[in-house]
Design a protein around this ligand. Structure first.
Ligand code: C5P
Length: 314
């Protein structure tokens, strides 16, 4: 049953990726919103070791208090971003996938030294499925910018370390990005830093998104959508830098997967799991390739287990 499900799932990833790639080849998808330039000379098949080294080569870079225009504009960005220097043994990266609902994985998730969650994914009323501990959150800029998320006052975002991402054009400087973010996150961020000098909340340098995207494209036989990776992939990459072992929950879908998008909302949309805007199907293909735990854990229990970058010599 596990082997059958695995085969079906990997075929489905290929089908999605091939479909998107055909659209590209036909010239129908001329979108290149972020003006991404790709040098295919780095393309390689990607053994597990090569993929790990390519990802490890993308360093964690966040906007600092010395970066312009943030320095000039008086952003009080704290030094030592995101618990810098702190290392964890076991880490749980909890996606927001619908398949987590009813999983009973909460206790196991909470047993990890660090737990990373995404966006506005709640824990209240869902602890049996997703646990209750939160160490980090990775947020897209909509969560910071849109009033409905109430970023400044929502307790979900208090007393946790937060990494926020927002895409800039491929060749943009931070100055360009400041003037043309995807969502207006900067005034809210400034306000937060003024209110709370010690908030461990940092903006991912947007160039990192394109470095990660390039690793994805370098390791895919298909042409990928030229959009940033999902929060889930950013969370996995971040955790691999900081942890000896990273377990990612319901990223590679298990046999529990349904069309439900999020564990915390009724909405159905298979694109949440397989990808529409993000190159999600390839992110997941790659995640499946770098995990080293048994199939039954992945496809029945619902998590992949990946050794951290510290264990890889490149
Ligand atoms: O939807 P949202 O971006 O808030 O979800 C957080 C992350 O969880 C996504 O970026 C994606 O990587 C992962 N996810 C998933 N399958 C789903 C929903 C979310 O893999 N059905």
């Amino acid at each position: 049953q596990t082997a059958e499900f695995k085969e079906l799932l990997l075929k489905e990833f290929h089908r999605v990726l091939m479909g998107a790639s055909k659209v590209f080849a036909s010239g129908l998808d001329a979108h290149n919103t972020y003006d991404v330039r790709y040098n295919s000379s780095h393309r390689r098949k990607g053994s597990r070791h090569e993929v790990m080294c390519a990802l490890k080569g993308v360093k964690i870079r966040t906007v600092t208090a010395d970066d312009e225009p943030f320095r000039r504009l008086g952003f009080k960005i704290p030094r030592a971003p995101l618990q810098e220097g702190r290392h964890y043994n076991t880490c749980a990266v909890v996606t927001s996938a619908g398949a987590l609902l009813g999983s009973g994985l909460g206790k196991f998730i909470d047993s990890h030294d660090m737990v990373l969650r995404f966006n506005n994914a709640p824990i209240e009323n869902y602890t049996e499925s997703v646990g209750s501990k939160t160490t980090f959150r990775v947020l897209n800029s909509q969560v910071v910018a849109k009033p409905e998320f109430n970023f400044l006052d929502n307790p979900l975002f208090r007393d946790v370390s937060i990494l926020v991402w927002d895409p800039a054009n491929y060749s943009s400087t931070l100055e360009d990005w400041y003037h043309y973010p995807d969502y207006p996150l900067f005034p809210v961020y400034k306000k937060l830093l003024e209110r709370n000098h010690n908030a461990d909340v940092h903006l991912l340098n947007p160039q990192v998104l394109w470095s990660l995207w390039s690793v994805l494209q370098d390791t895919s036989p298909y042409r990928l959508r030229r959009n940033p990776p999902s929060s889930g992939f950013i969370g996995l990459w971040f955790a691999l830098h900081r942890c000896s072992r990273v377990r990612v929950f319901e990223y590679v879908p298990s046999a529990r997967a349904t069309r439900r998008c999020h564990y915390h909302a009724l909405h159905d949309d298979a694109a949440c799991t397989l990808g529409a805007w993000h190159p999600l199907a390839h992110e997941k293909t790659l995640a499946e390739r770098i995990r080293d735990n048994p199939d039954v854990q992945v496809f029945q229990q619902g998590f992949i287990d990946v050794p951290g970058f510290g264990t890889v010599t490149c």
